[in-house]
Design a binder for this molecule. Structure first.
Ligand code: UD1
Ligand code: UDP
Length: 369
C-alpha cells in the first residue's frame, strides 16, 4: 500500500509552499489528507489560494482562528491529534515556522507518526520572533528534514541533528513560482486593474509583529519607503495584511501619500506584481525568496534574515526600519545586476520531498495547463 501523507497547514505561505507537494500527490495518485487549522480564515488569505493553485478542498478545517500563541497552538494540537488517530497516516508533513506547523509537529511526534519538515534548517537567530521558536522546535521534533539549501542543512548538522534524517531538496517556492509565473503573466490583469506599468512601480509588504506591532517602528518604515517613492516618482503598492491593517487603525497611523494600500492579492496577481515591480520592500520570508527567483531587487525591512542566501547572491539587502537606511539601500539595490545565482533549487523540490517520504513519483509538476 502506498504511503499516506497528512498535510497540516494553516496560513497563506504554507498553502502556497505546500501546493506543489499536494499537487504532486494528486497527479501521482498518492493517498493524502489535508488538515487546515484555520489559522488564516479571511478569504484573501486562504480560499483564494486553493482556487488559484488548483488544490482540493481541505479534508478538515479546524476553524481555530486568531488568538494568543498558546491558545491557538493548544487548540490546534488537541484537534489534530484526534484526526491523526482517526486517519492513521504514515507521514505528517508540515511546512515552515508558523503556529500551525508547530501544532502539527507536536501532534505527530506525540503519536509517534513520522514527521517531515519542509523548509527545515532556517534560522534568523532572533529569539524575539515567534517563527524562530517554531522552526527550531519543529526541526528537533522531525524524523525527516527537508532543508532547501546546503547552508540550511549545515545548520541542522551544527545543532546535532543526525545526517540520515536530512535531505536537501530545494525550496518548494521555486516549484510554485516556475509553475505559475507564465500563467500569471498571461492571465493576470493586475497591472491594468491597478493602473500601473511594468517597471514603473514599487511593491511593499510588511506584516511582521516586530515591525507593525510597534507604532514608532511601523511609522518609520512607512516614512522611509514613502521618501524613496517621492525621490524616484514611483508609486508604492502595499497589499496590506490584516494584522497590519488592524495595527494602523489601533495606532491611528496615516499611511503617507505615495503609498497606496490595497487588499491582499491572490497568488497570480501578487506574483506578477513581484515580477514586474522595479523594486520590492518587504519583511516577508517568502517574498525575499520569490524576488530572488524572479530577478527583482529586494530591500528587507529587518535587521536579520533566515534567508541569508539572498544576501550572498546579491538579490536582497537588510535595511532595518530607519528611513535613511531604507532610501540608501533601495538606491544601492537599483544599481545591481539582476542576473544573480539562484540558490533555492531547480523547481523539483516537491518530487524530492515525496521521495524522502518513500514515494517515488515521476510527476514533477513542471508546468500546469
Ligand atoms: C502568521 C505566522 C507568520 C506568517 C504569517 C503569514 C505565526 C506565529 N505567525 O502571522 O509566521 O508570516 O502568518 O501571513 O504562526 N487575521 C485576519 N484574518 C486572517 C488571519 C489573521 O484578519 O485570516 C488578523 C487577526 O487580527 C489576527 C492577526 O491578523 O489577530 C494575526 O494573525 P496570526 O495568524 O496570529 O498571525 P500572522 O501575523 O498572520
Ligand atoms: N502573497 C500573496 N498576496 C499578497 C501578499 C503575499 O499571494 O498580497 C504571497 C507571496 O507571493 C508569498 C506569500 O504570500 O508566496 C508570503 O506570505 P507572507 O508574507 O504572508 O508570509 P511569510 O512568507 O512572511 O511567512
Amino acid at each position: 500500500m502506498s504511503t499516506h501523507i497528512a498535510f497540516v497547514l494553516g496560513t497563506r505561505p504554507e498553502i502556497i509552499k505546500l501546493a506543489p507537494v499536494i499537487r504532486a500527490c494528486v497527479d501521482g495518485d498518492v493517498p493524502f489528507t489535508v488538515i487546515h487549522t484555520g489559522q488564516h480564515y479571511s478569504e484573501k488569505l486562504d480560499d483564494v489560494f486553493f482556487t488559484d493553485l488548483q488544490l482540493p478542498e481541505p479534508d478538515y478545517n479546524l476553524g481555530v482562528g486568531s488568538g494568543t500563541h498558546g491558545a491557538q497552538t493548544g487548540q490546534m494540537l488537541v484537534e489534530i491529534e484526534q484526526i491523526l488517530l482517526d486517519e492513521d497516516p504514515d507521514v505528517v508533513l508540515v511546512q515552515g515556522d508558523t503556529n500551525s506547523a508547530l501544532a502539527g509537529g507536536i501532534a505527530a511526534m506525540k503519536l509517534d507518526v513520522r514527521l517531515g519538515h519542509v523548509e527545515a534548517g532556517l534560522r534568523s537567530f532572533d529569539r524575539d520572533m515567534p517563527e524562530e521558536h517554531n522552526r527550531v522546535l519543529v526541526d528537533h521534533a522531525a524524523d525527516l528534514l527537508f532543508p532547501p539549501t546546503g547552508d540550511s542543512a549545515e545548520r541542522l548538522r551544527e545543532e546535532g541533528i543526525p545526517a540520515d534524517r536530512v535531505s536537501v531538496t530545494g525550496n518548494t517556492v521555486v516549484d510554485a513560482v516556475l509553475q505559475n509565473r507564465d500563467i500569471a503573466a498571461d492571465r493576470s490583469t493586475v497591472l491594468e486593474d491597478l493602473g500601473v506599468a511594468a517597471g514603473e512601480f514599487v511593491l511593499l509588504t510588511a506584516h511582521r509583529p516586530g515591525n507593525v506591532d510597534d507604532p514608532e517602528r511601523f511609522a518609520q518604515l512607512l516614512e522611509g519607503v514613502n521618501r524613496y517613492a517621492e525621490l524616484t516618482d514611483k508609486p508604492v503598492l502595499y497589499p496590506i495584511h490584516p494584522r497590519s491593517e488592524a495595527k494602523l487603525e489601533e495606532f491611528g497611523l496615516t499611511v503617507p501619500e505615495h503609498i497606496r494600500c490595497i487588499e491582499p492579492l491572490n497568488f497570480l496577481e501578487f506574483l506578477h506584481l513581484e515580477d514586474t515591480a522595479s523594486l520590492v520592500f518587504t519583511d516577508s520570508g517568502g517574498v525575499q525568496e520569490e524576488t530572488c527567483i524572479l530577478g527583482t531587487p529586494c530591500v528587507t525591512l529587518r535587521e536579520n534574515t533566515e534567508r541569508p542566501e539572498t544576501l550572498e547572491v546579491g538579490s536582497n539587502v537588510l535595511a532595518g526600519p530607519e528611513p535613511e537606511s531604507i532610501v540608501v539601500n533601495a538606491f544601492e539595490m537599483q544599481t545591481r545586476d539582476t542576473d544573480w545565482d539562484l540558490p533555492f533549487g531547480d523547481g523539483h523540490a516537491a518530487a524530492r520531498i515525496l521521495a524522502g517520504c518513500g514515494i517515488e513519483t515521476a510527476v514533477t509538476s513542471e508546468v500546469r495547463a
